[in-house]
Design a protein around this ligand. Structure first.
Ligand SMILES: Cc1cc2nc3c(=O)[nH]c(=O)nc-3n(C[C@H](O)[C@H](O)[C@H](O)COP(=O)(O)OP(=O)(O)OC[C@H]3O[C@@H](n4cnc5c(N)ncnc54)[C@H](O)[C@@H]3O)c2cc1C
Length: 512
């Protein structure tokens, strides 16, 4: 029987990036994926004349030339080539309730443009915004320092060089914005990205939000020319060149252990593969409660942590293929966030059920970044809302289709009313994905699309600082939206890459 250094369960972003880096470092790697395609959420599907992205709206930190970002450099370093196109603006943000619009602002990319807009619409926030950029640099420097010390920072260095980083770590994004002295209007605008985090401004940890917003504002946002499947295929192709093996249409059904450490997997095809380490793109609870052959090995601490965590957003998306051009429909923006309230906490608290009175949704039109992504005279638009709880748990098999259509209907109504688009008369193709769809496709609990919520006690800084120091089963590593890097394309790629180095250390240390 062939023995692998590393078996990766699942070919989502995290799994693929770990596999690619580990293969580049010379490890013998096998990736096992349930579906006939790699990518997990980073995939696409075709309906009629339209190829829809299953998830991606935008990715920060690619950039070209002087503004080549961290992700761009990571892809360069691994030799992964993908044509990425820039998205023009950061977002348009509309707050409207009962026909009364209280905010309508289009935010650009690039520090100079951002500052020009701030001077124009809220001049008293110029200084707080400068402090916000400084907060980013302090955060990034602190995290870099922690990374360089492998979890053993010098207290004196922390006290003298990273005091601001330590302070920011204890704050939520909303608290930080207040501390910086931002006006309510500026905080409202800075809050627009909150649906990308799945937590309101006073719950999400400042570090996570600051790093993401800075990435988008300064280096811009990007999309692959040919949907996220292009990104996925490029990583797979490069991994194969580097010697990695892939097994599709195969589900890992058992994680095998020996002497308290992982030693292999079994699949639904009856195969057994031996290995030294496992990187799981499947959630920890899936491994601990379903796949592990000896459940008594799960450390008490791990079990408690998994139980204490809250799942991230569960999404609902309506994919529309329209038989009219964006101009005919009146679409001018790439992303529009539409909210019934400027207070993310109000919406967050009301988003646990399907019939909440508040709403926050976005409409994303890929043609605005990739004009030829659909045939001439047509448009592709995706409408998305999210839930903070298991809002579809009570939907039965009998009323599933009806419920899906009702929710989709409401979203289309909202967009037609608020944006003034006529969508219904132009629908050529429509596909609807509910939390149930995402749960089935990604194999995530309750259809969580963002792993676990990024809370103050369990946010990005915390997970980064304790990464590698918390006990799991020897040889078992987690990658993907539920792991230390958190969710999103950037975090799952960079987190998967980092974990590959930890795995190399484990394998080279003879499984210790
Ligand atoms: C609607 C939507 C919109 C989004 N928009 C954005 C965006 O604009 N920007 C952004 O940065 N992020 C966005 N995200 C989030 C981003 O897509 C995810 O964070 C990321 O793709 C998750 O990657 P992952 O590594 O966690 O793997 P996943 O995508 O969760 O994939 C896990 C893979 O593991 C496989 N698997 C699980 N169990 C097994 C098993 N036992 N055996 C074999 N295979 C298994 C699954 O089949 C799957 O392929 C969006 C997500 C969704 C759903």
């Amino acid at each position: 029987m062939e023995k692998y250094d590393l078996i990766v369960i699942g070919a989502g972003n995290g799994g693929l990036m770990t596999a690619c880096r580990a293969s580049k470092m010379g490890l013998k790697v096998l990736v096992i994926e349930r579906h006939n395609l790699p990518g997990g959420a980073a995939s696409s599907f075709v309906r009629g004349r339209f190829e829809f992205d299953a998830s991606l709206h935008e990715i920060p930190d690619f950039g070209e030339g002087e503004i080549r970002g961290e992700l761009g450099h990571l892809f360069d370093d691994l030799g992964i080539k993908v044509e990425m196109l820039p998205v023009k603006d950061a977002f348009r943000y509309i707050v409207e309730r009962d026909g009364v619009r209280s905010l309508d602002v289009t935010f650009p990319h690039g520090k100079e443009k951002v500052m020009n807009l701030i001077r124009e619409i809220c001049p008293e926030d110029v200084e707080p915004m400068e402090k916000f950029f400084q907060a980013y640099h302090d955060m990034a420097a602190g995290l870099d320092y922690f990374g360089s010390t492998r979890g053993n920072p010098d207290q004196e260095v922390l006290r003298t060089k990273h005091a601001n980083f330590m302070r920011i770590m204890s704050l939520s994004a909303g608290e930080l914005f207040e501390e910086l002295g931002m006006s309510k209007k500026c905080i409202d605008i800075m809050t627009a990205y909150w649906p990308y985090q799945g937590t309101d401004m006073y719950t999400v940890d400042a570090s996570r939000y600051v790093l993401m917003v800075y990435g988008y504002f300064i280096n811009g946002a990007f999309v692959p020319r040919m949907r996220s499947h292009q990104l996925t295929s490029a990583i797979v192709n490069r991994s194969v060149e580097l010697g990695c093996k892939f097994l599709y249409n195969t589900e890992v059904t058992k994680v095998l252990t020996k002497n308290g450490a992982v030693c292999g997997v079994e699949t639904d095809r009856g195969q057994t593969f031996e290995c030294t380490a496992i990187a799981s793109n499947a959630f920890p609870e899936v491994i601990y409660s379903k796949l592990l052959d000896d459940k008594s090995l799960v450390p008490v601490y791990e079990r408690k942590k998994v139980n204490a965590r809250k799942y991230g957003f569960r999404a609902f998306s309506v994919f529309l293929g329209l038989d009219a051009s964006p101009e005919e429909i009146g679409i001018k923006d790439y992303t529009v966030f539409i909210s019934s309230s400027d207070d993310s906490k109000v919406i967050f608290d009301d988003s646990g059920t399907r019939d909440g009175k508040e709403f926050a949704m976005d409409i994303c039109c890929l043609n605005m970044a990739v004009p030829d992504c659909t045939p001439p005279g047509t448009t592709m638009a995706v409408l998305t809302i999210s839930y903070t709880e298991d809002a579809w748990a009570d939907v039965t098999e009998e009323n599933y289709v009806k419920t899906k259509r009702e929710v989709a209907d409401r979203l289309i109504d909202n967009v037609e009313k608020i944006m003034g688009y006529n969508l219904r008369d132009h629908i050529e193709e429509i596909e609807i994905a509910s939390p149930v769809t995402f749960a089935r496709y990604m194999n995530t609990p309750q259809g969580s699309i963002y792993g676990y919520m990024s809370l103050k006690w369990d946010g990005m800084s915390t997970r980064t600082l304790v990464n590698g120091m918390e006990p799991t089963i020897p040889g078992l590593f987690f990658v993907g939206g539920h792991s230390s890097g958190l969710s999103g394309y950037f975090p799952t790629y960079t987190g998967g890459n980092r974990t590959a180095y930890q795995i190399l250390g484990y394998v080279m240390g003879g499984g210790k």
